[in-house]
Design a protein around this ligand. Sequence first.
Ligand SMILES: Nc1ncnc2c1ncn2[C@@H]1O[C@H](COP(=O)(O)OP(=O)(O)O)[C@@H](O)[C@H]1O
Ligand SMILES: [Mg+2]
Length: 383
Amino acid sequence: MTKLHDDKVRLLLVDDEEGFRMAIARRLEKRGFVPVQASTGEECLEILGRDPVDVVVLDVKMPGISGIDTLKIIKQEYVKTQVILLTGNVAVSDGIEGIKLGAFDYLTKPIEIDHLANKIKQAFEMIRLEEEKQKELEYREKLEKKMIDTERLASIGTMSTGIAHEINNPLAIINESAGFMKYILSTPEMLKCPRRDALMMGIEKIENSIKRASKITQQLLTHVKKPELQFSEVNLKALLYETFGLLKREIKDKQININWEIDPKKNMIWSDPYQLRQVLMNLLNNAIHALSENGSITLSTRETNEDIILEIKDNGIGIPKENLGKIFDPFFTTKSFDEGTGLGLFVVHKIISNLNSKIDVTSTVGEGTSFYIKLPKTNELNR
Ligand SMILES: Nc1ncnc2c1ncn2[C@@H]1O[C@H](COP(=O)(O)OP(=O)(O)O)[C@@H](O)[C@H]1O
Ligand SMILES: [Mg+2]
């Protein structure tokens, strides 16, 4: 991709009349441009093949490959390069044909040098605008890629909530019974019971497992049910800082670097701050878990007219391709029994869709993971 320097236009001036070309180049130099020169279409293409050029000022009438043919090739091979044609004053039709073929504009000889300088600036500005448009498009495509099968997840959600509910009752009974057995084992008459310690240990294992199972059913029941959303004006930047405050210890323990790349605009959205904080907590917890010591997390926001796009990026272990489609599923986890339930991202996804937002992820094993969240700035339905 051609990277634009803000102030320096990479300019190529192509004309077979050396005297004319030199004169124009000198006068453009006085206006701050540094044009590279070529005397034929062939030479022009050769230079383009070597180095990227932003704007080509191209004479139409040249021996060898003509200006128009050169233009055709440029537009085919160097899509971002803008071309300004120079035509003789009797050959206006060349100029018009050139525009049809994608030239930025044409000027007729004799050239007014300030006019040419202005055109070059405009063409350069055009490249910048197109680049911006392209970036925006890429962002949007990334976000809209249908990696997450929303409907399937929704139905799994409903089902898991039902199951969680059903499991809670027997779980309570098991818990009570375990407690009762423990009580019996600790009465004086049982003190001499053979293998009492082993029985006690068994009961404790049961109790620990009940705790884990309850954690899971609770997570399912509290977050999967459609919560009462409480919309208000939210300063996303402040919310991010606040959430980081809650994770200070984990961040310090692992000596994680945090990079802030927050859009200087207002960062205000209309949303539910509690739900959003839950999302951030879950994503940041995962990022922290994926990092080794001295890893980093980069937080960036980008504000467009309608949305704020938040990116949470870590340079941790990454997610293998075959897992990318599953991470939002309930109970999908690669973590050990004590570390993960596999419900964090499921809850995140649920909340994100309740907030009319979108989430997407890209990841490379060994390099890291980025979660993108697109949050609408206003939400008329919920006002
Ligand atoms: N930032 C991340 N880097 C690497 N893997 C991740 C990241 N976030 C999520 N994952 C993967 O997605 C799985 C599911 O995440 P989650 O739903 O939060 O459940 P849990 O954290 O309990 O495992 C994780 O076990 C992990 O394999
Ligand atoms: Mg998690």
